[in-house]
Design a protein around this ligand. Structure first.
Ligand SMILES: [Ca+2]
Length: 219
């Protein structure tokens, strides 16, 4: 995955800092706000159905409009900020129609809002290594389009939604997942190639819908 960095220089200094949080101590978000992804109690509320419908109907054009520097990178994926793509579900709603190569590109860590058996839903792809001690704060990314909105109360975010992932980075490359519990608490590590179809069932127990941050290239 490290070889992908050349692709990302075109975004140098743009948005990475907005979604990045410091793994140790004080926040490194661009706004200077707290790093806490502030678990959003409204997420499972009565608007969840309309939210799910909105996510289901989201198009590449919707993602491009929401992210000023976005560009389409393949049929169902849009690069929204340095090293981060939003991945749309299969157009026909049937994940089984996806070829393996279309699932999660090489060099990428892909995470999805649903288990694989439940059809993935919308996903995020990460392919830029974070420096030591820095995580990508999912609580600063709007759901479902991934727009950088910072932490705080601004509607649904990507934290507490991840239900499956595929780690298709270079073999052996690690990704670590974190839950915010007043500090970043490591809840799972993954070494490429790796796929967890349902985060309810992992070597560390049930970590479904609790992940707030990822660190790509832990080692
Ligand atoms: Ca959480």
């Amino acid at each position: 995955m490290r070889s992908q960095n050349v692709v990302l220089r075109r975004f140098a200094g743009l948005a990475a800092a907005i979604v990045a949080g410091s793994l140790f101590g004080i926040s490194a978000t661009a706004s200077g706000a707290s790093a806490a992804p502030s678990p959003d109690p409204s997420t499972p509320s009565s608007d969840s159905t309309s939210l799910a419908t909105r996510a289901e109907k989201m198009t590449v054009e919707d993602i491009l409009r929401a992210n000023p520097d976005a560009r389409r990178v393949r049929t169902n994926a849009v690069n929204i900020s340095p090293g981060i793509d939003v991945i749309l579900p299969p157009a026909d709603g049937d994940a089984s129609t996806l070829a393996e190569a279309e699932l999660c590109d090489y060099y990428h860590l892909c995470v999805w809002e649903h288990s694989i058996a439940d059809g993935f839903g919308v996903g995020l792809g990460f392919y830029d290594c974070q420096p030591s001690g820095v995580v990508v704060n999912l609580g600063a990314m709007r759901y479902p389009d991934g727009a950088s909105v910072g932490t705080g109360a601004s509607g649904p975010k990507w934290n507490d939604r991840i239900s499956s992932f595929e780690n298709n980075q270079t073999p052996g490359t690690a990704t670590s997942f974190y839950n915010w519990t007043g500090s970043w608490t490591n809840v799972l590590d993954s070494y490429a190639f790796d796929r967890v179809s349902n985060l309810r069932y992992t070597v560390r127990g049930n970590v479904n819908d609790i992940i707030d941050a990822v660190h790509v290239c832990t080692s």
